[in-house]
Ligand binder design. Structure first.
Ligand code: ZN
Length: 149
């Protein structure tokens, strides 16, 4: 990855950390789950409104490090209007992106690819995937909070 691209990625992450999108509770949520990453102290709640198999709205609440917050914010932007089965495929691709040993040329993940750099920092992978694991639990209506440990 070129230095310029890396700088751009860091700018996007910082922007989403400072001004998180879709932050706050969602009225009339149909799905909700809480997630916790004890290693870093990140905590997130994901609220979803699913109607007819489509994610109509998604919001998150919580406190976390820059990576956890930016990842949750970017995730909410990526999900709106998607079918639930698309969301699961997206999660698998995102998980591959942040854990793969080699850079992929084009993972087809759009803006989410700014988080690819965390693969160099294994502890940060949990920060980047916390919102996604929590989302998964919300979609499955799991009552117990999610933990990355
Ligand atoms: Zn973190």
């Amino acid at each position: 990855m070129s230095g310029d691209l890396r700088d751009l990625y860091q700018e996007v992450i910082f922007d989403h950390y400072k001004r998180p999108r879709n932050c706050g509770a969602l009225d009339a949520a149909t799905h909700r789950a809480e997630g916790h990453n004890p290693l870093c102290g990140d905590q997130v709640t994901i609220d979803l409104k699913v109607d007819d198999g489509i994610v109509k709205d998604v919001r998150f609440e919580g406190a976390g490090c820059a990576i956890a917050t930016a990842s949750a914010s970017l995730m909410t932007e990526a999900l709106k209007g998607r079918r639930v089965d698309e969301v699961e495929a997206l999660f698998r691709r995102f998980h591959d992106l942040v854990t793969a040993e080699h850079e992929q040329d084009d993972a087809g993940l759009g803006k989410l690819e700014v988080l690819a750099g965390v693969r160099e920092f294994p502890a940060r992978v949990k920060c980047a995937t916390l919102a996604w694991h929590t989302l998964n639990a919300a979609l499955r209506n799991r009552p117990e909070p999610v933990s990355t440990e």
